[in-house]
Design a binder for this molecule. Sequence first.
Ligand code: AMP
Length: 286
Amino acid sequence: MTSKFQRKKPQQQQKKQWSLQDFEIGKPLGKGKFGRVYLARESKSKYIVALKMIFKEQIEKYRLHNQLRREMEIQTSLRHPNVLRLYGWFHDDDRIYLILEYAHGGELYRLLRKTGHLTEKHAATYIASIAQALVYCHEKDVIHRDIKPENLLLDHEGRLKIADFGWSVQSRSKRHTMCGTLDYLAPEMVENKAHDYAVDNWTLGVLCYEFLYGVPPFEAESQKDTFRRIMKVDLSFPSTPCISTEAKNLISRLLVKDSSKRLSLHKIMEHPWIIKNANPTGTCSE
Ligand code: AMP
């Protein structure tokens, strides 16, 4: 789907000074820690977007101004089918507005909670999509992120889109109550050691497990116990749902304590389970 809005070159987009007057605001799509997201339509082109409104007060309170600006610049430059587009941004006295690609399917997290767990075909398609997006991002030296189901959105065809680049690492509101944010952390991060790209490969293992079983692998009653289970790589596979040996093999080769021994992103994409199950178009219909 193309539109005048989409076809504009980056330079032109940079030059265009957007304002709230350029948009017709529709229904609310969600609420995050720093503001709200609305469905919106650019008045001239009629192009549908998601408009994220962030309160400056919040950004100042958490001293995130520079970080947000840097990450917005990075995300604007990213062009990948599995990375949510940030078309541009503007601000007024109180708020910063991010003009985002609209993900019609909403959060993958919601789908996961609704269905309990995903089929192997869906799970493999999503894991391959994230791996491809990460290869692209790593090539661009974009490494600072917080991949978890809440930050994964779906478009109208069920194609996965990674949202909330980098700065969302600060936005940990949603899972506080269930100590969920720890669930995706690699052992080297739990221990506060230096870490590199391989933390994302660990997270892919956690996500693959959660997609298939409906719960993350190291979930525990308390944060302390989650920490402990991650450090021990206390991994076990329940008997239900019945999951293929190949899927378990992929998970076991990602959830490896020694980060240098984890399967690389390219090897993930060549893994027999991915080859057998992932839809090459990246789309998933229920
Ligand atoms: P956030 O502040 O990024 O956590 O967004 C809050 C909620 O708004 C998310 O949980 C999504 O349900 C929804 N949302 C955010 N961005 C989009 C988007 N681009 N398209 C559709 N829904 C979105």
